[in-house]
Design a protein around this ligand. Sequence first.
Ligand code: BG6
Ligand code: MG
Length: 229
Amino acid sequence: MQEKVKEKEIKGLLFDLDGVIVDTAKYHFLAWKKLADELNIDFTLQDNERLKGVSRMRSFEIVLEIGGVTMSEEEKEKNCAKKNDIYLEYINQLKAEEILPGVREFLTDARKNGYKIALGSASKNSRLIMEKLGIMDLFDEIIDGTVTSKAKPDPEVFQKGAEFLKLPYDSCIVFEDAAAGIEAAHNAGMLAVGIGTVENLPEADLLLPGFKNIVIEEILKKLQEVKND
Ligand code: BG6
Ligand code: MG
């Protein structure tokens, strides 16, 4: 039997950013699409699914694979920078209202109830995005692509999250929308709440459609039920 989940033992909440707090996938898509068009690569919305949770460089390599194109490292770096410039044009227009439904309320309630909160994202643009959403003050720590070197499913980002919060790994849970992120949480010895469907996230310990009308205590109770079955 799996180890029992006790509500009071969970003290830290680690949140992925893109797809959990805000839907930036559509802006990533528009930026990759523009670049792909310039490179004569046919890049679809369905292809974009493969880039969720994946680093910028790895995303570009997938785009190149789709087009059957090869490129020098230098050229790849240049194109990634170009994609990011296009992406930032969208992010600079991001409105605070674009935060996903219920997220602000969920974070506010969790903080009020004494949970420590950290971001665990692959993005190098996370601070700008969080500033635009006006949620910087709801986080104790930010671990993102600027302070990590290993991509999910490596557990580095979440292990650092727990370390920055000064908590043991198994007293943190992770909220993720990407399969690689769920795997990263498990690799760190943490439970993972998937934001999505069983088709996308079959390995999640619990699935939620989002944060609307739910509080942390309810999630911990549900996790306890699932794990103690
Ligand atoms: C992840 C996104 O959070 O961050 C990926 O899901 C993205 O799609 C990655 O490629 C890196 O983001 P950025 O903002 O540093 O290009
Ligand atoms: Mg994500």
